[in-house]
Design a protein around this ligand. Sequence first.
Ligand SMILES: [Mg+2]
Length: 279
Amino acid sequence: MTQLISWLSILIRCKNNIQEQITPLLKTLNQPQPNHGIGAGGDPIKQIDLAAENAIIHTIKKHKISFTLVSEESGVKEYGETPQEHYVTADPIDGTTNLMRGIPFYATSIAISTKPTLNTIHTALVADLTHGIIYTSQKGKGTYRNNQKITPSKTTSLEEAVIGIDLNTYKIQKIAPHLTDLIQKTKHIRHLGANALELCYVADGTTDAFIDIRGKLRTTDMAAAWLMIKEADANITTPEGKPLNVKLDPKQKVAFIATANQKIHKTILSLIKPEKETE
Ligand SMILES: [Mg+2]
């Protein structure tokens, strides 16, 4: 029955429902926020994260589909009689800090898979919630930005490249030695604060690479964007250059290098020193 479900249209409905639910909450952000405890991913849960997650659950339930939700907020939850049929891996709001501060760069990220593994994802959506941009992807069918097929950049020179690096970690002293050679040779470094969207920027050629070697990013944050990268024919590997193959679980952490093309991938891999050389 799986093939009869139009996951793409359901994901777009999820995104529309999220936007409807969070719009009134955006006006209350300067008021004291209720305490909802710590989410499955380890961050404090905000009311707006919960509203977005509920919007996803309600939308999928409306279609009478059994599924297992793998979410940054509630963890793993089963719905319906045959929840192992579909896995819905979601970061309802990626970039909540940006949202709370009024920085217009945050997204919804949802990936559908047949098993709780990255490489069984077949349909995904990442929606930039402030700019009206939706990235969608289906296995074997490419990646689209607002219905236009996208391709990554052909930039190979670090002089010209715009490279995103997530440096948000208390263990910066441990990871900095791996990155200094790359940072020194790169003219334009960015970090915008919503990793799912930053990966989509690599897929559509807005930037040329996005690097997160902290080992603390959750798979819920990058599952949907992983398919965007793969289907746009961009690259994503471990920092050692191996294929990423991880479980979809709120506690599963991931480190990766995502790039626009093979040439810049090789250049970046050669500049990021393997762990053992600096220890
Ligand atoms: Mg989140």
